[in-house]
Design a protein around this ligand. Structure first.
Ligand code: FAD
Ligand code: FO1
Length: 453
């Protein structure tokens, strides 16, 4: 059963006779997907066909080829898995506002179901599409969070410590097993997606190339999870801050594209036989920190802007804007990893070449952008732009929140006043050296290391 608190009706319409459409966007998977489950149930109850549609936007927040490639390969698997359930999959190229209304009309749909994302672009899409649906309902299901974002809290949370007690109580209610989806009887006409044509029609920037170390799709995501649970979870609490050890899950790209469900990961991790300290450290990141990011973006319209930062942080950074910076770099110099510091350059090159920076180094990376930019606002914009351009998990509430946390004190406390940072928490290379072997990290990802083999 789906908890009714997970669903919202975005317009005030009743179901009518006609096929049910699941407009898939953030949760690009067939298994363990509450939005698909809701649509499937509705189709069964109304005895109507179910159709899944994905609208492929020509330029989703400037995403380059790296991201489109990962996403499209995952969607090819979605099409195959849906076919096994007798559910046709359509891929429309263009903006949802222009493509969906005609599609819905042509199918004579009786109800439209979609998944939830707090990002502006998704909210605007839904508002515009919802306004065109004069006769049929548009349902939104939070299939991404374990606790639906609007249930977890009704306001922007101040910090993890204010959010944790709320979500921890609610997780007990929402961390349930997923029902299985049975194949449907009444299939709508099923026309295979012309993937070659879709690729030809892509307009994504090819200068950020696809990656081959992380295989996209639901199957690969599950393999990645199982591998983590059996090989690495037991060293997570001790080794997760060491970028030279493979202790992290690497699940963030899969979670970002919805190729795996966080709820499923949480269920699997909580049942693992890894020590309690490792399981709870991982669940803290996967549940509390991740869902706190959705909370920030959902309740703060300025989540991707310097203006959205806490008042104390903007004030302290303003007071220190005129402080002398020892080094100042342009966004292009940052992008190329050409600063004076090998450690920072190695982190940037890790990002460019692997599409990821180790979680610990991500914080350091962002803080140095603050220290070496002309203004804090410019630093904020540079960090968001680089993260979104190169990180395979970028363009995500976690990214906007991570940058706001590192550069703008979001969810953090005030520290001792110092130059440039003001009361924002400071980090330096000696701190990194106390935590891990900095030379080894530079040897792996620095210019010499990466380009010598
Ligand atoms: P694991 O440690 O294995 O964690 C498992 C999952 O928990 C992650 O996949 C993620 O969903 C969640 N998680 C872990 N750490 C955090 C965190 N600090 N905040 C919120 N959720 C977390 N995460 C992204 O998914 N996309 C981003 O674009 C992104 N940008 C960031 C930028 C900066 C400056 C900072 C400081 C953090 C950023 N993070 C981002 C958060 C975090 O660093 C990554 O989620 C993590 O490194 C992903 O690797 P993993 O899946 O191997 O992590
Ligand atoms: N969602 C869509 O519905 N259509 C797209 O064309 C699309 C492209 C895309 C490209 C890169 C990327 O990082 C995300 C993309 N997404 C797309 C959305 C994504 O799955 C999430 O909904 C948001 O990024 C929020 O997490």
């Amino acid at each position: 059963m789906i908890d009714p608190q997970r669903t919202r009706l975005l317009n005030n319409r009743n179901d009518v006779h006609g096929p049910v459409i699941y407009w898939m966007s953030r949760d690009q998977r067939v298994q363990n997907n509450w939005a698909l489950f809701f649509a499937h149930r509705k189709a069964e109850t109304l005895q109507q066909p179910l159709v899944v549609v994905f609208t492929l936007a020509p330029s989703f927040l400037g995403a380059p080829l790296r991201h489109y490639d990962f996403m499209l390969k995952g969607l090819q698997e979605v099409e195959i898995r849906l076919r096994e359930l007798n559910i046709p999959f359509f891929l429309l190229q263009g903006e949802p506002e222009t493509e969906l209304p005609g599609f819905i009309k042509k199918l004579k749909a009786g109800a439209v179901v979609t998944d939830f994302s707090p990002l502006h672009i998704s909210r605007t899409w839904k508002k515009t599409v919802g306004n065109t649906l004069l006769q049929i309902p548009l349902y939104e299901i939070d299939a991404h969070n374990i606790v639906p974002c609007w249930i977890a809290s009704d306001k922007q949370e101040f910090a993890a410590r204010t959010f944790r007690p709320k979500i921890t109580t609610l997780v007990k209610e929402f961390l349930t097993e997923f029902p299985k989806l049975a194949p449907l009887d009444s299939a709508h006409e099923n026309i295979p997606v012309a993937w070659d044509e879709i690729y030809k029609g892509l307009n994504a920037d090819p200068s950020v190339q696809p990656l081959d170390w992380l295989k996209p799709g639901e199957n690969a995501a599950k393999e990645c999870l199982e591998n983590f649970l059996s090989e690495r979870l037991r060293s997570y609490s001790v080794k997760r801050n060491d970028p030279n050890t493979e202790a992290l899950s690497n699940l963030s790209p899969y979670l970002h594209f919805g190729q795996i469900s966080a709820q499923y990961c949480a269920l699997r991790a909580s049942r693992s036989n890894a020590p309690e300290a490792d399981r709870s450290a991982f669940l803290e990141e996967l549940i509390v920190r991740r869902e706190l990011s959705d909370n920030y973006c959902n309740y703060n319209d300025l989540y991707d802007s310097f203006d959205g930062l806490p008042a104390w942080a903007k004030e302290t950074l303003r007071q220190h804007t005129a402080d002398k910076r020892t080094y100042i770099y342009t966004s292009e110099e940052f992008a190329q990893g050409r600063t004076h510091e090998e450690l920072w350059n190695a982190a940037q090159l890790e990002l460019v070449t692997t599409g990821k920076i180790h979680g610990y180094m991500r914080m350091y990376w962002a803080k140095k952008i603050l220290e070496w930019s002309e203004t804090p606002r410019e630093a904020f914009d540079t960090a968001i732009a680089l993260n979104d351009r190169y990180a395979l998990d970028g363009r995500d509430p976690n990214g906007y929140t991570g940058v706001a946390w590192s550069i703008g004190g979001l969810h953090d406390r005030q520290w001792f006043e110092r130059s440039v940072y003001g009361r924002i928490r400071y980090m330096n290379a000696s701190g990194c050296a106390r935590k891990f072997n900095v030379k080894l990290y530079i040897a792996r990802f620095g210019r010499e290391g990466l380009f010598s083999s």
